[in-house]
Write a protein that binds this ligand. Structure first.
Ligand code: BG6
Length: 483
């Protein structure tokens, strides 16, 4: 076969969002409360609030009916503005829109046996409008949220019973949206999700680190099984549909050519790739046995689990890409990498205002390595620049820094495609400004469309195109040839 010269004709250019950061309307039409809606906004810009939360905090949050301290409750009101937002996306020319379903709209407590029709109907309206515009939905089943009821009653995903509840939800939506949705993702950033509260709903604040790891890897095991069962369900219900895993890929580089650093970086990479090793290859890799032994972790598996994982690998691998890190053997990072803490600073790279190291070439390296390792189609479902945008004197938002960031990453995607990587698409993160995951700030913006709302929730919620809108529109119209 011949060398590709650029983006394939059917490349899925698009944008991405998540229900809990975008929809708002947290109590509309029977919706239940989710984990994301009880985590308070971060105190400081630099401090991420990934949910170091206690049951007492959760009680306080549930009793508080306001959204003052919980910005994810308000999002940017996609729930009531989806027609306007989808019209903007249509004008932009995107081929694919990644969004997630709020489990709590459809099963408010998570453990009901029949779904909430109003929740299902909302997503029908969204998918029908997208079909009119010819925009493919890419739907995440679990993006950093789960029903708070499951946390309060059974510590969320730590309890095996959550598998059956989740798979009742997945079966319901696969049947309901058959023919409307072709691309599904199971757990958003399953690796990052494992180490925070939002996605697993596991409360473990205050426990010693190794005990937290025990709970987190056990909850993860349940998610692996649920993901494999969902894959099986989808293939039976809709043979034309495809399902992918979703990893926060964190390529790491050795701090020096010292073999000890290179080995530490290899281990750090393995601890990141472990998640896709299970979901793409269908089995736990050997290197985790040693890691589990070191930390005293024992995974409780049911007799059928290994067979379920092996029989139901995902169809494609999707991932987010924001940064790379540096690992050295001497600073102990290899030991703490299971944590949210990422590695050291790279003197060759600039960083965003939030300290995220910007590395376009790292995206090409990442794509080539993932393709070499797995040989399944890849899909970049998040990438973008969180920045403070100002409205200039002329009333416009001149976000040249975002254009530069996106251009540099898209250039490297193109290089990887020419290298031979099978890349399905690119949905940039936060296409329309939304609430930040890690800090719940509104002022950390990613979109090509500005939303008039501040960190305190004041503003008209009006939408306004930034300079990056016209730029991205042209990139899509030329299928990535005009950058
Ligand atoms: C990813 C998440 O980690 O990064 C998104 O999947 C998140 O939910 C995005 O919004 C950007 O992170 P943040 O914290 O800047 O919103």
């Amino acid at each position: 076969s011949t060398m590709p010269t650029g983006f394939p004709e059917n490349f899925l250019w698009g944008g991405a969002t998540a229900a809990n950061q975008y929809e708002g309307a947290w109590q509309a039409d029977g919706k239940g409360i989710s984990t994301a809606e009880v985590v308070m906004k971060a105190e400081k810009r630099t401090e991420m609030n990934l949910g170091n939360i206690t049951l007492a905090d959760i009680e306080v949050a549930i009793a508080d009916a306001t959204d003052e301290n919980y910005p994810k409750r308000r999002g940017v009101d996609f729930y009531h503005r989806f027609e306007e937002d989808l019209a903007l996306m249509h004008e932009l020319g995107i081929k694919a829109f990644r969004l997630s379903l709020a489990w709590t709209r459809i099963f408010p407590n998570g453990d009901e046996t029949t779904p909430n029709e109003a929740g299902l109907a909302f997503y029908d309206k969204v998918f029908d409008k997208m079909a009119e515009y010819g925009i493919e939905p890419v739907v995440t089943l679990s993006h950093y949220e789960s029903p708070i009821h499951l946390t309060v009653t059974r510590n969320g995903w730590l309890d095996r019973a959550t598998i059956a509840d989740f798979n009742r939800f997945t079966e319901t939506v696969f049947k309901r949206y058959k023919g409307k949705v072709t691309y599904w993702l199971t757990f958003n950033e399953i690796n990052t999700g494992t180490f925070g509260f939002h996605e697993t709903g596991v409360v473990d604040a205050g426990l010693p680190f190794d005990e937290q790891l025990q709970l987190r890897y056990q909850a993860l095991h349940h998610q692996f099984v649920a993901s494999a069962i969902a894959t099986k369900q989808l293939h039976e219900i809709d043979p034309d549909a495809q399902i992918g895993s979703m990893l926060a890929r964190m390529q790491t580089y050795a701090a020096t050519p010292n073999p000890a650093d290179v080995q530490a970086a290899q281990l750090a990479d393995e601890l990141n790739l472990f998640f896709t090793d299970v979901q793409v290859r269908g089995e736990y890799p050997e290197y985790m046995n040693r890691y589990f032994a070191t930390h005293g972790i024992k995974i409780d598996m049911a007799a059928e689990d290994e067979a379920i994982l092996l029989a139901n690998p995902v169809d494609f691998l999707s991932f987010s890409y924001y940064m790379t890190t540096v690992t050295s053997a001497t600073d102990g990072e290899a030991e703490t990498l299971g944590n949210m803490a990422t590695g050291g600073r790279n003197p060759y790279l600039a960083a965003s205002d939030w300290g995220w190291q910007i590395d376009p070439v790292g995206l090409r390296i990442t794509l080539n390595e993932l393709w070499d390792r797995y040989r399944v189609p890849l899909f970049i479902v998040e990438n973008g620049l969180g920045a403070v945008d100002e409205i200039a004197a002329d009333g416009q938002i001149h976000d040249q820094y975002r254009i530069d960031y996106l251009r540099q990453h898209i250039e490297q995607m193109r290089e990887a495609i020419i290298d031979g990587v099978d890349l399905m698409g690119y949905t940039m993160w936060g296409i329309i400004d939304l609430v930040s995951f890690s800090t719940s700030e509104m002022s950390k913006r990613y979109g090509v469309v500005y939303v008039d709302q501040d960190d305190a929730g004041n503003g008209t919620l009006n939408r306004q195109k930034k300079d990056s809108f016209a730029w991205y529109q042209h990139v899509i119209a030329t299928n990535g040839t005009a950058l």
